[in-house]
Design a protein around this ligand. Structure first.
Ligand code: SF4
Length: 698
């Protein structure tokens, strides 16, 4: 008899509910879960092809040391010994974990607990650093905590949705479908897309602003100035609930309209149209994603957007607010448990002595990291220069996805001890590891994920794990126990870890009085198995507010939000003759480095090979024709070879190359090898969208 399991899609931050059916012959089919509040039955191409990506092809099936199969006991003993000995000889900061938004919350929790509370270093960072660290920094500066105020329903309730640096149609397809459906049923609703590229998302836009790369701060500063000049500031809200408005306005008002036009690359007419629409519409949601976050000024971009919402009091109310869209399925869950090098669990801060003390006492741990650890780019620099001598990489492929990817590859090759836990045996990173641990994957593992609107959903198993694959939380706890931390890591199941996470969130925490954050501290196995999707934190019984900031109270000590003065570049950076701005990103039907979506032939029919989008006039200047092989190179001698795709969707002077293809799936298309390791100084997030490259027909 066919067996149905309710679970959650493992790809993007929309977090769609999936019903997986295994028939009598063992075949798997999937459909959208009509009862899941993120998608109400919808799935995109990636989600609907999930069954085609299952199977043992390419899987890591057994622990391996030096390429040879070993037993779990031998392998776990080796990892514990090498980490313990390295720490004993060189100190806790000589080791590091690089983890992933693909991990489930329970995996993330124990990895963070081991590194920060028992090893005593902050050196755990995550590929979510590449995804939304600038949003975290922006939220903390403005709100006093990394809190996402919006919900998906807000997009449907809004009269104006502004999408900044977000190709929603390809990167969050089901949310795009919800937005498109809302606009179709309410044609007066307006959509503005702010993006250097005219992407598929622009198909439903009333206005597309092809802003210069990094012109966003200038644009939103200009908007704040316009709101002030046209008497659209909500003075009573600003006075009662915020501080710093005058300073932010002073900073924003530095550019004339002519300078604004130059800094943004937009005509005065387009800029005014945007300002009028924003100023004249009460229900506005501004969504932003990687085009905002993956920038050397990402945190300032986030605060420039938030400033405009605070100035108009359009936050904490239905159909209004700034809304960060996370890329990964569990970037939010990782944030909740402190997966970033500068954070502790439950939004507590590693630099705050009271927070450190509270977490250490809750864990009864022997020590706690006393300062922030190395952020992703810094971490691989430390691997390269020998400060990190033992590295454990979990469920991610930094040899492909990190900026300066060739240097990252060389650093991993030279590191004395590297462990990789992954589903796949032969990723570009796993091939360099001394130890490979076989991890369970989607359909085999059990735990929770948190989507962009803070909705926690269960991932449930419906397949047996292949070979000797085991879940990540088990790998980590077994190593921790072998390092001597037996009692603290003596978990029998993810349910126990989830309960501890909930208990820690509530421990001596009276700042979230309207929310029942300890609700799951005593959750039992049966309740965990049956857990229905819900938004975290869950409102307390009898609470008067159900959404963050509904009462105008924020998480700074005085309860007020902060305007953050941000400075726009006066004009775009000059390009040398023949050089282009390289924008990297996703395509519709592939996910990250294609270790899963690459298994579906159907998903490769949309875009079968890596390519470089070029404006036809730029291509003509370079004597490049459609489908020519082109060489994209940086000034350090790195290059990739990709197929030219001529399209007027691409702005002149910039090109786009997707980030999915690797040395394994196509020769010389590892585009992040061309991206320099420039980071936002506040968030540490790499600027993955503004590399300078040159272009030539090959
Ligand atoms: Fe999965 Fe995202 Fe597609 Fe939903 S929109 S099915 S979460 S990839």
């Amino acid at each position: 008899m066919a067996c149905e399991t309710r679970t959650t899609c493992p790809y993007c931050g929309v977090g769609c509910g999936v019903i997986a059916t295994v028939d009598d012959a063992g075949s798997v089919s999937v459909r959208g879960d009509p009862e899941h509040p993120a998608n109400f039955g919808r799935l995109c191409s990636k989600g609907s092809a999930l069954a085609e990506t299952l199977g043992d092809d390419g899987r890591a099936l057994f622990p391996e040391v030096g390429g040879q199969r070993t037993s779990w006991n031998t392998t776990l003993d080796l990892i514990a010994d090498r980490f313990s000995n390295t720490i004993a000889e060189h100190g806790p900061d000589s080791v590091a974990f690089y983890v992933s938004g693909q991990l489930l919350t329970e995996d993330y929790y124990v990895a963070n607990k081991l590194m920060k509370g028992y090893i005593g270093s902050g050196n755990i960072d995550t590929n979510s650093r590449l995804c939304m660290a600038s949003s975290v920094a922006g939220h903390r500066r403005a709100f006093g905590a990394d809190t996402v105020p919006g919900t998906y329903e807000d997009l449907e309730l809004a009269d104006l949705v502004v999408l900044v640096g977000s190709n929603l149609a390809w990167c969050h397809p089901v949310l795009y479908q919800r937005l498109a459906a809302a606009k179709a049923s309410r044609p007066a609703m307006k959509v503005i897309v702010i993006d250097p590229r005219r992407t598929a998302t622009s198909d439903i836009a009333d206005l597309h602003l092809s802003v210069s790369p990094d012109g966003d701060v200038a644009l939103f500063n200009g908007l704040l100035t316009h709101l002030a000049e046209t008497d659209r500031i909500d003075q009573s809200y600003v006075a009662a609930n915020t501080t710093g408005f005058s300073e932010a306005l002073l900073s924003a008002s530095r550019l004339s309209m002519a300078e604004l036009s130059e800094a943004t690359g937009l005509s005065g007419m387009l800029i005014r149209q945007f300002f009028w629409l924003f100023a004249g519409t009460e229900r506005v949601v501004t969504c932003y994603s990687q085009g905002v976050n993956q920038s050397a000024s990402g945190s300032d971009k986030v605060n420039a957007i938030i400033n405009c919402h605070l100035a108009t009091g359009r936050i904490g109310r239905p159909g209004m607010g700034p809304f960060s869209l996370t890329g990964q399925p569990n970037a939010m869950g990782g944030r909740e448990v402190g997966g970033l090098a500068n954070m502790l669990a439950a939004h507590m801060e590693i630099e705050n002595g009271d927070h450190r003390d509270r977490v250490r006492r809750f864990w009864s741990s022997p020590r706690i990291a006393d300062r922030a650890g190395l952020k992703a780019v810094e971490m691989f620099d430390a691997v390269a220069d020998g400060r990190i001598k033992a590295l454990w990489i979990m469920s991610t492929n930094p040899v492909v996805s990190m900026p300066n990817a060739d240097k990252v590859k060389a650093a991993i090759e030279a590191c004395p001890f590297v462990v990789v836990s992954d589903m796949q045996k032969n990723t570009d990173t796993a091939r360099l590891a001394h130890v490979v641990l076989p991890a369970t994957g989607w359909g085999e593992k059990s735990g929770t994920v948190t989507n962009s609107e803070r909705r926690i959903s269960r991932q449930r198993p419906f397949l047996a794990a292949p070979g000797e694959a085991r879940p990540d939380w088990w790998h980590i706890t077994e190593v921790a126990k072998r390092m001597g931390f037996v009692d603290a890591f003596d978990y029998e199941s993810p349910a126990e870890i989830f309960a501890e996470h909930s208990a820690l969130s509530a421990f001596e925490n009276d700042g979230l009085r309207d929310f029942d954050i300890g609700a799951f501290a005593a959750i039992n196995q049966k309740q965990y198995e049956e857990l229905a999707p819900f938004q975290w934190p869950r409102p307390a019984i009898g609470a008067t507010k159900e959404r963050f900031f509904a009462d105008g109270r924020f998480y700074h000590p005085d309860g007020k939000a902060r305007f953050v003065p941000v400075h726009a570049a006066l004009q775009p950076v000059e390009r040398a003759h023949g050089s282009f701005v390289l924008n990297t990103g996703r395509v519709r039907d592939h996910w990250h480095t294609m270790t899963r979506t690459g298994k579906s032939a159907r998903l490769s029919t949309h875009l079968a090979e890596p390519f470089c989008e070029i404006h036809p006039l730029d291509a003509a200047d370079q004597q490049i024709r459609d489908a020519d092989l082109v060489k994209v190179s940086d000034d350090k001698g790195h290059f990739i070879l990709v197929r030219a795709l001529l399209t007027e969707r691409q702005a002149r002077g910039s090109i786009f190359v997707p980030m999915h293809w690797t040395d394994e799936t196509a020769s010389r298309a590892r585009v992040d090898a061309l991206v320099p390791p420039d980071v936002d100084p506040i968030s540490g997030q790499p600027a993955l969208k503004q590399a300078r490259v040159s272009l030539a027909r090959h």
